[in-house]
Design a protein around this ligand. Structure first.
Ligand code: ADP
Ligand code: MG
Length: 384
């Protein structure tokens, strides 16, 4: 999905207030009544609010929900993007937005820059994008899924990824530097390199292989399994720092604790992914590979530390439920050639959003989501 930042330039402060009010109103309303938007925005005079609403709707940042019992609006993907980018801009983490460099399974990746011209990566989580098609054919299934709100799930994914990246970065793992996060978006350093899948040969595959296996074991010794450790999520540096520092690992929202019931299986799967890639692409086979029971010895507990830093058990459980299906799917996706093929279809999403919204109220009142906003300050997570 494209990122439309043009509205940034012409929206007034009042427009922004009204947009924020719509976000806050979605905390406990699937469709936010117009009167409530006006009330939260606290703008004097009804006509003012009306004008703001129509500006925002024209810019596709909010959408009128016509089949509701009352007149109301909901925040769109675009509106949610806008609020996150505006927060980054206020905090000076992002000054300009450049090219889209990736369309992942459940994310959009852009190059951005701060005021000093430092290039970074903006990752926008879009959970629910691919699964919508199957969900549409089975609404009961969706009803059983407590956490089907795209906004909520995407926010949890960003929060989880940022927390893990921060913990790993601080423990000197080769991961991007986490810079900022807001709602469903994170900003991190741009890795000067390319995904390992583009490698068709390597002058010393055994060293690269060993460093990758060491990464998996060291990560597990710190309490974590990546769960999607494949050639798409390993960036090979254009200029390696040393023989042992040739790569950077990205993409953590699906990682699990080594205490997870399926930890051993996930660990083996990550190891097998690397072995298979080396055999298929680089013609390198080694009988030397780590085994969970034999080689993993806990030395630290990043899994527990991260939970303690604001990612509550309940959030983990809800997120787990929602993504366990996608984590299982990883297994069949060794050949990721079809990435990005399932193009996001705006119209379809609108249909499905209506379904999703039916249960949003329940979800939110249960968990008292902080204003629908995932800002670091509000969730107690440190701001970089
Ligand atoms: P997804 O969860 O959708 O797979 P990823 O985090 O793996 O998203 O990112 C998708 C692609 O975007 C990666 O394969 C890589 O090419 C690019 N990318 C992501 N993060 C960075 C980064 N920090 N620096 C450079 N490229 C990146
Ligand atoms: Mg990825």
């Amino acid at each position: 999905m494209k990122l439309n930042t043009s509205a940034m330039r012409y929206l007034s402060n009042d427009d922004f207030r009204v947009l924020t009010a719509t976000e806050m109103g979605s905390k406990n309303h699937e469709i936010v009544p117009t009167v409530l938007i006006a009330q939260i925005a606290g703008l004097r005079g009804g006509a003012g609010v009306g004008n703001c609403i129509s500006e925002l709707a024209k810019a596709n940042l909010i959408a009128r929900v016509k089949n509701a019992k009352y007149d109301g609006y909901r925040l769109t993907y675009g509106g949610y993007d806008y609020l996150a980018i505006k927060a980054f801009s206020n905090r000076r983490s992002v000054y300009s937005v450049g090219n889209q460099i990736g369309v992942g399974k459940e994310s959009d990746i852009f190059v951005v820059a701060n005021e000093k011209g430092r290039k970074c990566v903006l990752k926008i989580h879009r959970l629910g994008r691919i699964s919508f098609r199957s969900v549409k054919n089975n609404r009961d299934y969706l009803r059983n899924r407590q956490s089907a709100s795209w906004m909520y799930l995407s926010r949890l994914a960003a929060q989880k990824e940022f927390s893990f990246m921060k913990a790993l970065y601080e423990n000197e793992f080769a991961v991007p530097e986490p810079i900022d996060y807001s709602r469903h978006c994170i900003v991190m350093s741009l890795i000067p390199g390319f995904p390992m899948r583009q490698l068709s040969s390597h002058e010393d595959p055994s060293t690269l292989y060993s460093s990758l296996m060491s990464f998996i074991v060291r990560l597990a010794n710190h309490g974590l399994i990546h769960c999607d450790f494949n050639e798409f999520n390993i960036m090979i540096l254009d200029e390696p720092k040393s023989e042992d520092e040739q790569f950077v690992v990205i993409d953590f929202p699906q990682c699990v604790s080594i205490d997870h019931v399926d930890a051993e299986r996930y660990f083996r799967r990550d190891v097998d992914c690397i072995r298979r890639f080396f055999e298929k692409k680089l013609g390198y086979v080694s009988e030397d590979y780590p085994e969970f029971k034999r080689d993993v010895k806990r030395v630290a507990s990043l899994d527990i530390d991260v939970q303690a830093s604001g990612f509550s058990k309940k959030m983990v459980k809800e997120f787990e439920k929602a993504i366990s299906e996608s984590r299982e799917k990883v297994e069949d996706e060794f050949d990721h050639e079809s990435f990005g093929e399932e193009n996001y279809d705006d119209e379809e999403q609108h249909d499905d959003d209506e379904v999703v919204e039916e249960q949003e109220d329940e979800l939110r009142s249960e968990d008292d989501l902080a204003g629908g906003s995932g800002d670091a300050e509000e969730s107690g997570l440190p701001v970089v």
